[in-house]
Each structure stands twice: as structure tokens, then as C-alpha cells.
Design a protein around this ligand. Structure first.
Ligand code: ADP
Ligand code: TYD
Length: 208
């Protein structure tokens, strides 16, 4: 299964924590539902009962977790979600909107933790059957602005600090330059409505 055999459209949102991706994913979902499209929303890690159990372990484990175990669990959660939710929906013609997908593992476990990009690419390919989103919105904001926006109760990865988040942001910026057709750069400092309009114009032009 690759992108060419999918019938529904797959759109993902990426960026550092607090960039506004959940806000934008929900606004896009609402608008597409008004157009009477059949559409599902998923979040990663999570989105299915088994993947949600893995999410609890990943984000709230009390013991120290090895970086490789973290990467493998992210991909395990993704494999479950891909097999049980994303691919069946796409093959049935449903659209899927994802709050994070495989790029997050490259950015956080690769850019952030410093694990091998090649190893992570292989793991992602295994966990997703090389499925790629049709469009990815990378919402870019400064780490300072993200910290202002983030809630005080932070999960294990959100607590990693400024330098970690900066490495993740830099990774996304590089990724966007490498794949400008798929990964759309959005200035996340603009207002919620302005960003939504920009996203909507890309979706209508490219996918509708
Ligand atoms: P993420 O899912 O990327 O962590 P959220 O969408 O949950 O981010 O947004 C984090 C916080 O920032 C929320 O309180 C949200 O209302 C606010 N927010 C989102 N987008 C913007 C924006 N463009 N300008 C100002 N605040 C925003
Ligand atoms: P997320 O649910 O987006 O956080 P929130 O909505 O609370 O802002 O993601 C949870 C955390 O998991 C976030 O810090 C990013 C991290 N993450 C990875 O490190 N690798 C991954 O592959 C994924 C999907 C998420």
C-alpha cells in the first residue's frame, strides 16, 4: 500500500508543541464536514485504544525511557493506527486529518534526540507501509512563542526544554525545504483566522 493506491485524502499537521496545530486541524475538520465530506480526525501518538495505551506510556512514564525504546513505541503506535484506522478509512474513500504523523518521529527522535535519520526512516516505512500524507501543514513558530502558549501541565517530552524544541523546529524547517510540494510552511505567528484561511486555500486548490 502506498499513497498512489489510497482513495481518500490524508492531511497532517506538524510543528513544535504549542504551535497551534490542534486548533488548525479542528478548524479544517469542521469546514470539511460542512462540505459533507466523510472525514476522520486522529492524533498521534494515539487514535486507537491500543495506540492510546502506548501514548500513556510514552508521555507519562515515571521511569527514565531509552531514546530507542521511545522511537520504537512511537512507531508501534503508528503501525497500529495505520493498519486499524488510517488505511481502512482511506481505502473506503474517507479523508483523514492527522494531528502529527511520521514526520514527528523524524523531528523529535531524530532532530531532538539525535537518533539516526536512516534508522528512523526505515522504522517509519515499516510502520506505515510507506504511506505518505497528500499534504502536510508545518506550522512554524519560535520556541519562545510556543513556550508562552503551552499549558503549565506539560508531558514528559514537552518538559525537554528550549534547546530540544529548537532542534525539533530546525529539523522541520529542513524537511520543508527538502519536500516543499508536500510540506507547506505556515507562519504560525499570524492570527488563528488568517492561518485557517491560508490552509483552506491550499486544500481547496490542491485536493478539492
Ligand atoms: P498544539 O496542538 O500545536 O500544541 P494548540 O492548537 O493546542 O497547539 O494551541 C496551543 C495554544 O495556543 C492554545 O491555547 C490555542 O488557543 C493558542 N493558539 C493557537 N493558535 C494560535 C495563534 N495563531 N495565535 C495565538 N494563539 C494561538
Ligand atoms: P501531542 O499530542 O501533539 O502534544 P500536545 O497535543 O499535548 O501538544 O504530542 C505529544 C508529544 O509527543 C509531543 O511532545 C511530540 C511527541 N512526539 C514525538 O516525540 N514523536 C512522535 O513520533 C510523535 C507522534 C509525537
Amino acid at each position: 500500500m502506498t499513497e498512489s493506491t489510497s482513495k481518500g485524502k490524508f492531511i497532517t499537521f506538524e510543528g513544535i508543541d504549542g504551535c497551534g496545530k490542534t486548533t488548525q486541524a479542528e478548524k479544517l475538520l469542521e469546514l470539511l464536514e460542512k462540505k459533507e465530506l466523510s472525514i476522520s480526525f486522529i492524533r498521534e501518538p494515539g487514535g486507537d485504544p491500543i495506540s492510546e495505551s502506548i501514548r500513556k506510556l510514552l508521555l507519562h512514564a515515571e521511569e527514565s525511557m531509552s531514546d530507542r525504546a521511545e522511537a520504537l513505541l512511537m512507531v508501534a503506535s503508528r503501525a497500529q493506527l495505520t493498519d486499524k484506522v488510517i488505511l481502512p478509512h482511506l481505502l473506503n474513500g474517507r479523508w483523514v486529518i492527522g494531528d502529527r504523523y511520521a514526520d514527528s518521529t523524524l523531528a523529535y527522535q531524530g532532530g531532538g534526540r539525535g537518533l539516526s535519520a536512516a534508522a528512523l526512516e526505515n522504522m517509519n516505512n515499516f510502520g506505515t507501509y510507506t504511506l505518505k500524507p497528500d499534504l502536510t501543514f508545518f506550522i512554524d513558530i519560535s520556541v519562545e512563542e510556543a513556550n508562552e502558549r503551552m499549558s503549565v501541565s506539560r508531558d514528559r517530552i514537552e518538559r525537554e526544554g528550549t534547546e530540544f524544541q529548537q532542534r525539533v523546529r530546525d529539523f522541520y524547517l529542513n524537511l520543508q525545504q527538502k519536500e516543499p510540494e508536500r510540506v507547506i510552511l505556515i507562519d504560525g505567528h499570524k492570527s488563528i483566522d488568517d492561518i485557517h484561511e491560508q490552509i483552506w486555500s491550499v486544500v481547496s486548490e490542491r485536493l478539492l
